[in-house]
Write a protein that binds this ligand. Structure first.
Ligand SMILES: CC(C)(COP(=O)(O)OP(=O)(O)OC[C@H]1O[C@@H](n2cnc3c(N)ncnc32)[C@H](O)[C@@H]1OP(=O)(O)O)[C@@H](O)C(=O)NCCC(=O)NCCS
Length: 283
C-alpha cells in the first residue's frame, strides 16, 4: 500500500516536504525491512550503519533527542543500550533535517551551532523498535519528537507520522509496547490501532504504573490518522482507570491476571496532569 502526499492532512504534507526520512540499523537487517514505507523512499545517504564512523553525528543527535524527551522521566538511555537494543538488532527510524535548515532553538538543543555543523543531519524524531523472538512481533522501545523541546519550530504530527511509517518499515504484525498511565503519548499510540492491555502494573519496569499493550497492526488503521478529517473518539467506553489512582491500576492488574480482556478506547484529560483512560471489554 502506497500513500501519496496529497492523501495526507496538511500538517503531515508539511513534514514530508520539509524533512527527510532516515534509518539507523545494521545492514544485515536491510533485506527484512521495507526501505520505501508507504512509497516513501529513504535516500541511501540517510541510511546509517551504527558500526561505522559515518553514523557518529546522527547517533549523537539521537542521544540529544533522548535526553530532552526522556531525561526528565528517569528513562535516559546509555549509549550502549541504544546500540545493543535498538540501532544494531532493530531499527531507529524518523525524520530529520540538516542543521543549516534548523532555527536557533533546535540548533542549540542538538548542540549543532555554527557553520561547521551546517551539513550535519539532525534527527528530529525517532521510533526505536526491537524485533521480538515471536515472528512478526516488535517491541516499541522509544518514541521521541523535537516538538517536546522546541517551542518556536513546531512540526505538529511528527510523532504520529514517525511511528506510522516506522511500523510499516519494520513490517510489524504485532506491536508490543509499554507506557505509563500518565503518559501524554497514549493518544498517539491509540490512533494507530487498538491497544490491547496485557497488564496494568509492572514491577519489572522502572515505573510500576506502566501498562504493556499489543496492537494488531492493520495498514488502514495505521494511516487513518494521517488522512484529512480524521477525528479521535470523544465518547464511549465500558469502564475507566484514572492515571492518578494507584489502587485502581493495581486492582486492574489482578483482574487481567485473572483473565479480564480489555483494550483502551480513549483518553479524557482531567485537571492537572492526570487523565482518565476509558476501556472497552474485548468482544
Ligand atoms: C510523545 C511525543 C513523541 C509526541 O510527539 P509529537 O511530535 O508532539 O506528536 P504529534 O504532534 O504527532 O502528537 C500526537 C498526539 O500526541 C498528544 N500529545 C503530544 N504531546 C502532548 C502533550 N505535551 N500533552 C498532551 N498531549 C500531547 C496529542 O494527543 C497529539 O494529538 P492531537 O494534538 O492531534 O490531538 C513527544 O511529546 C515526546 O517526545 N515526548 C517525550 C517522550 C515520550 O514520553 N515518549 C512516549 C513514550 S511511549
Amino acid at each position: 500500500m502506497d500513500l501519496s502526499a496529497s492523501e495526507l492532512a496538511p500538517k503531515y504534507q508539511r513534514i514530508l516536504a520539509s524533512c527527510e526520512p532516515y534509518l539507523v540499523t545494521y545492514p544485515g537487517n536491510h533485506g527484512a525491512l521495507d526501505l520505501c514505507p508507504f512509497g516513501l523512499p529513504i535516500a541511501p545517504e540517510r541510511i546509517y550503519d551504527p558500526t561505522t564512523m559515518r553514523s557518529r553525528e546522527v547517533i549523537d543527535g539521537l542521544h540529544h533527542l533522548d535526553a530532552f524527551s526522556f531525561g526528565g522521566q528517569e528513562m535516559l538511555m546509555p549509549r550502549w543500550v541504544l546500540f545493543d537494543c535498538g540501532e544494531f538488532p532493530g531499527i531507529v527510524f524518523g525524520f530529520g533535517r540538516r542543521a543549516s535548515e534548523l532555527g536557533d532553538e533546535l540548533r542549540r538543543a542538538y548542540d549543532v551551532i555554527g557553520p561547521s555543523y551546517n551539513d550535519v543531519f539532525v534527527p528530529l524524531s525517532m521510533w526505536v523498535a526491537i524485533r521480538c523472538a515471536e515472528d512478526g512481533a516488535w517491541f516499541g522501545h522509544n518514541l521521541s519528537s523535537s516538538n517536546y523541546v522546541a517551542q518556536t519550530e513546531p512540526l505538529s504530527g511528527l510523532g504520529t507520522i514517525t511511528k506510522s511509517y516506522g511500523v510499516k518499515l519494520a513490517g510489524v504484525v504485532k506491536q508490543y509496547g509499554a507506557t505509563q498511565w500518565a503518559s501524554t503519548s497514549i493518544n498517539l499510540h491509540l490512533a494507530l490501532g487498538d491497544m490491547n492491555l496485557l497488564n496494568a502494573y509492572t514491577p519489572a519496569h522502572t515505573h510500576v504504573e506502566t501498562f504493556t499493550y499489543r496492537i494488531d497492526v492493520d495498514d488502514e488503521r495505521l494511516v487513518a490518522p494521517l488522512r484529512p478529517g480524521w477525528r479521535r473518539p470523544v465518547d464511549g467506553g465500558d469502564r475507566y482507570v484514572d492515571s492518578d489512582d494507584p489502587g485502581a491500576i493495581r486492582a486492574l492488574q489482578d483482574e487481567i491476571e485473572q483473565g479480564a480482556r480489555l483494550h483502551l478506547h480513549r483518553v479524557e484529560r482531567k485537571q492537572g496532569h492526570a487523565q482518565r483512560l476509558w476501556m472497552l471489554w474485548a468482544k
